[in-house]
Design a protein around this ligand. Structure first.
Ligand SMILES: [Zn+2]
Length: 239
């Protein structure tokens, strides 16, 4: 990163990591990882250097995790650019990326149209598309759950409260006590049969919390092809 106005910039260096320090009349210290993989620490004007160093030190593994993830997204991803193909409910949508003041994405006949300030910013495109998937999941999953509940009768499952989030490590979770099922918005990448299977899986948790033989006994009744369908989920890398 270039120095500003010829003034030498202050940096905190930890091994291979180096954070630019920007001092200003603020009250707290912050550390951010930018999409270009640069690190910036913002700090009150009079913060001593050793304090900044130990602040950085304590967040080191967090920073390394984020850098890895962002590098992967950046390198992996012509998918997050104009012309990319996005899996959606068993088919594919074309991604169109346009410059625009506000980052957002919408569905428009057979395509996802994303507007972001800088169309080359894959991370911004991806975030806008993830928000679209979350909105679509919130709209499309409730009727699918209703349908699964109807198909699951005469077994009586409670009608859960549904939540949708973008998650990195799971496709769904069931809090039987609170009667809440949370789904990963990224489920919308899959064909409806796979999504139904995840719904049935979470419903089955109302009977058994753990993945034991009795749990799978119920799941096999609700979704006889669960092994094949769940295998499709396992092929996809969540980051
Ligand atoms: Zn489970």
């Amino acid at each position: 990163m270039a120095n500003r106005g010829g003034k030498e910039s202050e940096r905190i260096v930890l091994g291979e990591l180096s954070a630019l320090v920007i001092r200003s009349p603020r009250r707290t210290v912050s550390l951010q990882v930018n999409p270009d993989l640069s690190l910036v620490m913002k700090a009150p004007v009079d913060t001593p250097e050793p304090f900044l160093r130990s602040f950085f030190e304590r967040r080191r593994s967090w920073v390394e995790r984020h850098l890895k993830r962002m590098a992967r997204i950046r390198d992996a991803a012509p998918i997050w650019a104009d012309g990319g193909r996005l899996p959606f409910l068993g088919s594919e949508l074309e991604l169109r990326v346009l410059p625009g003041a506000r980052a957002q994405a919408r569905l428009a006949d057979g395509a996802v149209v994303a507007t972001v300030r800088d169309p080359a910013d894959a991370l911004a495109v991806r975030q806008a598309v993830e928000r679209l998937y979350t909105r679509e999941a919130a709209r499309r999953l409730p009727p699918m759950v209703d349908d699964c509940l109807a198909r699951a009768s005469p077994r009586r499952f409670p009608r859960p409260e549904l939540r949708v989030r973008t998650m990195r490590s799971r496709w769904g979770s069931c809090d039987a006590k609170a009667c809440v099922i949370t789904f990963n918005s990224r489920l919308l990448r899959f064909r409806p049969e796979v999504i139904d299977c995840v719904i049935m899986h979470e419903l089955a948790h109302f009977k058994y919390r753990k993945h034991g033989p009795r749990f799978y006994g119920i799941l096999a009744e609700l979704c006889p092809e669960y092994e094949e369908l769940q295998a499709e989920l396992a092929d996809v890398y969540l980051e």
